[in-house]
Design a binder for this molecule. Structure first.
Ligand SMILES: [Zn+2]
Length: 173
């Protein structure tokens, strides 16, 4: 599954042909993803099936897998997020059709041709957590522990302020 996906496709024809596309899409080319999640490396692994469903609706569905590196908003260290998405979209030609479809499915508006990377990037963006955080809080504490003094120790340090001690000595004289 190392094949590069075509950049542009005619999804309407692919539906007629009932085609399955399988391949990879480089994450570093996804500029909107970089804006939201930071620069990414590696590739999304993609399988997309173009078909007409039992009710006659043209559909694109399949699987998108990608490993992203995000910044945890609790400890500000990097964290890996593995996404395994199962897109299932109804192909429509315009906004009016999209509105009708919205009640029961996710429309994908494609007047003619489809830039595949946009579809893949859209799906990844939708799956991004609003506030990325390590799932296990212990992971964050491990990172924070490297440079933060535990809170409990701070007041003790104040009590041993050398000037305060000096002040006490001078009073005795
Ligand atoms: Zn964290």
């Amino acid at each position: 599954m190392s094949e590069r996906l075509p950049e542009w496709v005619d999804p309407w024809r692919l539906v007629q042909q009932r085609r399955v596309l399988e391949g990879e899409s480089p994450l570093e080319r996804m500029t909107r993803l970089a804006q939201q999640a930071g620069a990414q490396e590696g590739r999304a692994r993609v399988l997309l099936e173009f078909l007409r469903d039992d009710e006659g609706h043209p559909r694109v569905r399949g699987r998108i897998d990608a490993d992203l590196v995000l910044t945890c908003q609790r400890c500000m260290e990097s964290m890996r997020l593995s996404l395994a998405l199962a897109p299932d979209l109804i192909l429509v030609a315009d906004d009016a059709q999209a509105e009708r479809v919205q009640a029961w499915g996710d429309p994908l508006i494609v007047p003619e041709r489809l830039f595949l990377r946009d579809l893949i990037e859209d799906e990844l963006l939708l799956a991004l957590p609003q506030v990325p955080r390590h799932e296990d809080e212990a992971e964050c504490r491990r990172h924070v522990g490297r440079w933060l003094v535990p809170e409990a120790e701070a007041p003790a340090e104040e009590r041993q302020n050398p000037f305060a001690v000096l002040g006490e000595l001078m009073k005795k004289d």
